[in-house]
Design a protein. Structure first.
Length: 536
C-alpha cells in the first residue's frame, strides 16, 4: 500500500520454540482507526510491542515499514538510537496496565513533563504547564492538583488518563493504544474517544486500537482486524465485520455478551447479611497550605452516608464514574483503612472489623477480593502455585503440600486455566501470562479458601468478551452452588445487568440512587444515573 503510514508484512514473533504471532500482515493509512481484536492471549499486545521492539528475549522477523512523510524506514531493522527517536515522538503507545507503566516514585505531572522536555526541549515551567493542560484534556478533575499526585494516589481511571496524556504529549503520527479505556467508566470512555477523534482531525494521527470492548470498536474504528492464536483470521470495514462476519471465530466474538443466570427469588428472611454498612464515612488526610499545614491536616471526604446490606447468595452492584468513591467503599468493606479514617459501622457476617491482625484473621478468610489491576496485585516474585496457594497456607496450614498443590490445580482449572493447556503452569510467573489470564489467576486465589463474600473490583475489565462471559457464568455458578455473596464494583453496565440483584449509584462519594437492579437500570430516577446508562 503506497500511501500507508505503517505497513506490516509477515510479522512473526517467537519465544524460544513457541511462535505467538504467525505471519501477521496489515496496513494503516494516516488518520485511520484500525481495531485489533481477539481473545486474551491471541497475540494482540505482542504484535504492538514487537513494532517498537519492546519484547525482551523474543525472535522477531518480517517487516514494519513506517512512512513519516519524509522517508520510509523498517522499524524492525532500525538501529536502536534511531528507533528511540521515533518512540514517543512519531509513534506513541498507551499501555494496558498504567500502575506498572508509570514510575511509582514520580508525580504523574512530572512524568508527562519529562517527555516534553526530552522530545520538545521545553523549559521546566513550560513543560509543567503543558502537563497540566494535557491532564485537563483527558478529563481529570483538578488537573493542577492531580499533576502533583503519585500513581498510587490516583484511581485506576485517573492513572489510565495520565498514561493517555503522556502518550499524546508530542502529538504522534501513530498511536498504539493497548486497551486505552479499560479502567475508564462509560462516560469517560466517550470523552477519550472524542479526544482521540479531535487529535486525528487536527494532526492526521492514526490509531491502532487493541481492545476487547466491541461496543468501543463499533463506535470508534474504521476497520477491524481479528486475531486468533497469533494469526489474523479476518479483516474488513467495521460495519461489514459486525453485520456479516465470515470467520467462525469472528462470529463467536460478536455473539459474546454477558447473560443473566442468577437466582431471582427473594433472599432468605432473617439471614445475617454477608456485608452490611450503616452511615459509612471515609476521609483521607490532605495537606493544608501555609503555616497551618505545620500543625494539622485537612481532610478529603471520599465517602459519606453510605448504607447497604448484601444478603447471602446475592450481588450488590456499585456503579459510578472514576473517583466517585467505589474503590474506597471496597477498601472499607475489606477492613483495609485505618480506624481514624472510617466512620459508621461495617460488619461482615455480623462481625465488625477489629482492625487488628490476629482478631480479624477469621474474617479475612470469609471475605476475599479480586482487584482491578491483576498485574500489580500479583507478586512478580512468586510462582502461580505460591500465589494461589498462599491463602491455604495462611488459613489452612494443616493441609499438606501435596494436597495444597492439588487444590491449586483444581482452582485454576475452575477458572479456565487447566494444566493440560498450560504446561508447567504451577511453576510459571505472572509476567508469563496475558492480562486476562492474570485476572483468572487472581480469581482462583480468591476462591481457593472457599469465602462467603467476594469483593469484585472491576473483575472483568481486563478480560475479552468471550472470557468475560465465561468468568461471569462461573461466578454465577459459584453463587448458586455455594451461596456466595458479591460486592461488584464496575463501570460496565452490561456486567451489572447480568450479575446484580441490588444496585447503588455513587457520585462524589454519596449514594444518589439505590434499589433493585431491574428498577434502577430500567427506570432510573436520578439524572446522574440516567447519564451513566445513556453513555453505556
Amino acid at each position: 500500500m503506497t500511501n500507508a503510514l505503517l505497513e506490516v508484512q509477515d510479522l512473526r514473533v517467537a519465544f524460544g520454540a513457541k511462535t505467538v504471532v504467525d505471519g501477521v500482515s496489515l496496513a494503516i493509512v494516516p488518520g485511520e482507526k484500525l481495531a485489533l481484536v481477539g481473545e486474551s492471549g491471541s497475540g494482540k499486545t505482542v504484535t504492538a510491542l514487537a513494532l517498537l521492539r519492546l519484547l525482551h528475549g523474543a525472535r522477531v522477523t518480517g517487516q514494519a515499514r513506517f512512512n513519516d512523510g519524509v522517508q520510509t524506514r523498517d522499524l524492525l531493522a532500525l538501529p536502536e538510537h534511531e528507533l528511540r527517536g521515533l518512540r514517543g515522538d512519531d509513534i506513541a503507545m498507551i499501555f494496558q496496565e498504567p500502575m506498572t507503566a508509570l514510575n511509582p516514585l514520580m508525580p504523574v505531572g512530572e512524568q508527562i513533563a519529562e517527555v516534553l522536555r526530552l522530545k520538545r526541549a521545553l523549559t521546566a515551567a513550560q513543560s509543567a504547564q503543558a502537563a497540566i493542560e494535557l491532564l485537563a484534556k483527558t478529563g481529570i478533575a483538578e488537573p493542577a492538583r492531580r499533576a502533583g499526585a503519585f500513581p498510587h494516589q490516583l484511581s485506576g481511571g485517573q492513572r489510565q488518563r495520565a498514561m493517555i496524556a503522556m502518550a499524546l504529549a508530542c502529538e504522534p503520527k501513530l498511536l498504539l493504544a493497548d486497551e486505552p479505556t479499560t479502567a475508564l467508566d462509560v462516560s469517560l470512555r466517550g470523552q477519550i474517544l472524542d479526544l482521540l477523534g479531535d487529535l486525528q482531525r487536527d494532526n492526521g494521527m492514526a490509531v491502532l486500537l487493541i481492545t476487547h470492548d466491541l461496543n468501543l470498536v463499533r463506535r470508534f474504528a474504521d476497520r477491524v482486524a481479528v486475531m486468533q492464536q497469533g494469526q489474523l483470521v479476518e479483516q474488513g470495514a467495521t460495519a461489514t465485520i459486525f453485520n456479516a462476519p465470515q470467520h467462525p471465530y469472528t462470529q463467536k466474538l460478536m455473539a459474546s455478551k454477558p447473560e443473566r443466570d442468577v437466582d431471582e427469588g427473594p433472599p432468605a428472611s432473617g439471614a445475617t447479611p454477608a456485608l452490611a454498612a450503616q452511615d459509612l464515612r471515609v476521609v483521607y488526610p490532605t495537606p493544608l497550605p501555609g503555616i497551618r499545614g505545620w500543625f494539622r491536616k485537612g481532610e478529603f471526604v471520599a465517602l459519606h452516608g453510605a448504607d447497604f446490606a448484601i444478603a447471602p447468595g446475592r450481588t450488590l452492584g456499585v456503579i459510578g464514574e472514576s473517583g466517585s468513591g467505589k474503590s474506597t467503599l471496597a477498601q472499607a468493606a475489606l477492613g483495609l483503612l485505618p480506624r481514624r479514617q472510617v466512620g459508621g459501622i461495617v460488619q461482615v457476617s455480623g462481625q465488625p472489623w477489629q482492625l487488628k491482625a490476629a482478631a480479624d484473621k477469621p474474617l479475612r478468610r470469609v471475605v476475599q477480593v479480586v482487584f482491578q489491576d491483576p498485574f500489580s496485585s500479583l507478586s512478580p516474585r512468586l510462582t502461580v502455585e505460591e500465589i494461589v496457594g498462599e491463602g491455604l497456607l495462611v488459613h489452612m496450614p494443616e493441609v499438606s503440600p501435596t494436597e495444597r498443590a492439588a487444590r491449586v490445580r483444581a482452582a485454576l482449572a475452575e477458572v479456565g486455566l487447566p494444566e493440560a493447556q498450560f504446561p508447567n503452569l504451577l511453576a510459571r510467573y505472572p509476567h508469563e501470562f496475558s492480562g486476562g489470564q492474570r485476572q483468572r489467576i487472581a480469581l482462583a486465589r480468591a476462591l481457593i479458601v472457599r469465602p462467603q463474600l467476594l469483593v469484585l473490583d472491576e473483575p472483568t475489565s481486563a478480560l475479552d468478551v468471550t472470557i468475560q462471559k465465561q468468568v461471569l457464568a462461573l461466578l454465577q455458578q459459584f453463587q448458586r452452588e455455594r451461596g456466595l455473596s458479591y460486592l461488584l464494583i464496575t463501570h460496565d453496565v452490561d456486567v451489572v445487568r447480568a450479575m446484580a440483584h441490588e444496585v447503588i449509584v455513587l457520585k462524589d462519594g454519596a449514594v444518589v440512587e439505590a434499589g433493585p437492579a431491574h428498577q434502577v437500570l430500567s427506570a432510573a430516577q436520578h439524572p446522574y444515573t440516567q447519564k451513566l446508562l445513556a453513555a453505556a
